[in-house]
Structure formats: structure tokens, C-alpha cells
Design a protein around this ligand. Structure first.
Ligand code: NI
Length: 197
């Protein structure tokens, strides 16, 4: 965190350069950072230029790799933060950061659908998860918010919150029967336009 966004300039003064965004390196399965419990953020940390740049860079990185979600540990930052693209009723995508998220299922209904992960490239598998959840988190200014999600957005926030606890979607699969390479997924199984998350 300390080095984020800080650049030395010629006159020796440390300045923040917030206009330059960066595409971050994504950790792949097997990297220990993906199995660690990520650390919660303090309100004072959320308001730093370094954290704000991390949020912008994660949004940039998620778009670069055509993901629909990206969690801190996936970019080697073991912090309780993720970015998610939530499909709206009109089909548009709303991209939001979630800081220190807490998820509670609503009711007992479960749903099964395909998942992918930028940390497990070119693989898909079906995962069963609660169909509807309430997510409580802080926004990028540290302000609490709450939303109820169902369908694919509910799945995305659960997948991303799992990353903060060192859990990958393979761990949630009841069976590996649906484990599928992307090429075969596209040939035989594609039911919807999915993206990595
Ligand atoms: Ni993932």
C-alpha cells in the first residue's frame, strides 16, 4: 500500500500522480496470496490516495481482462476489497468497489450456474450458491451501503467475497463433473454470455 501512487519527481518532492492508471498483474491459482485471509481496511486507509489508486487500477485491470469481478488478493493486495460489475435491469453494467464486505443469504433458495475466475484462466465449472443475498460494505469513501442482489450479481459478490477468505470456486464445487476448458465450454455448454470473475 505504501508505494501505491507515489512517485518521486525531479525536484525531490514526493507527489501523487493520480491520473496514470495501471494494469495490475493477476495472481494465478497456486500463488499463496490467493489462500490467505485478507485484512480489513481502516477508514483512514480508505481515504488515502494510494488506496484510491488501487481501486482505479483494479477497475482498469478487470476491464483489461474482460472480468466481471476482481478481488484484492488477485492483484497481490491481501485486503478486504473487491470490484464487481453488476448487471442492471436495462442490461448495462454498474462497476462498484466493495470494501470490508459482509454477505448474508436471504432465505434458503440455492442456484447453480457457471463460474470462471481470472486467477484460474480458461476454465469453467458449475457452482451452487445461495440465490439471493444481502451485501453490506463500505464504498470508496468509507461510507456504509447495503444492497440485496439475486441472480448473477448475487453470484459475483459471493465469488469475490470468497477470494477475501482464501476460497476459490473449485472449493465450492460439489463435483468436478462440470469442470470444463473454455474452448469446450464455448462449443458445448455456453448458455449465456459469461465473463471471468
Ligand atoms: Ni475469481
Amino acid at each position: 500500500m505504501g508505494r501505491l501512487g507515489q512517485r518521486a519527481v525531479g525536484d525531490g518532492i514526493q507527489r501523487y500522480n493520480l491520473t496514470v492508471m495501471a494494469i495490475l498483474k493477476v495472481a494465478h491459482m497456486g500463488h499463496p496470496v490467493l489462500r490467505k485471509q485478507a485484512k480489513a481496511l481502516e477508514p483512514t486507509e480508505i481515504r488515502t490516495p494510494g488506496f484510491q489508486k488501487l481501486v482505479d487500477d483494479m477497475i482498469e485491470t478487470m476491464h483489461e481482462y474482460a472480468g466481471i469481478g476482481l478481488a484484492g488478493p488477485q492483484v497481490h493486495e491481501s485486503l478486504r476489497l473487491f470490484i464487481a460489475g453488476l448487471e442492471q435491469a436495462d442490461g448495462s453494467l454498474k462497476v462498484l468497489p466493495f470494501v470490508n464486505p459482509e454477505i448474508s443469504p436471504v432465505g434458503t433458495a440455492l442456484a447453480e450456474d457457471w463460474e470462471g475466475c481470472l486467477s484460474i484462466p480458461d476454465i469453467r465449472g458449475k457452482v451452487v450458491r445461495p440465490a439471493e443475498v444481502v451485501v453490506r460494505a463500505l464504498d470508496r469513501r468509507g461510507k456504509p451501503f447495503e444492497m440485496t442482489l439475486r441472480g448473477y450479481p448475487a453470484r459475483v459478490v459471493q465469488h469475490e467475497t470468497d477470494h477475501l477468505d482464501g476460497i476459490l470456486f473449485f472449493d465450492r464445487m460439489k463435483s468436478f463433473e462440470t469442470l470444463t476448458f473454455l474452448e469446450e465450454y464455448s462449443r458445448f455448454w455456453r448458455e449465456r454470455d459469461t465473463e471471468d470473475d
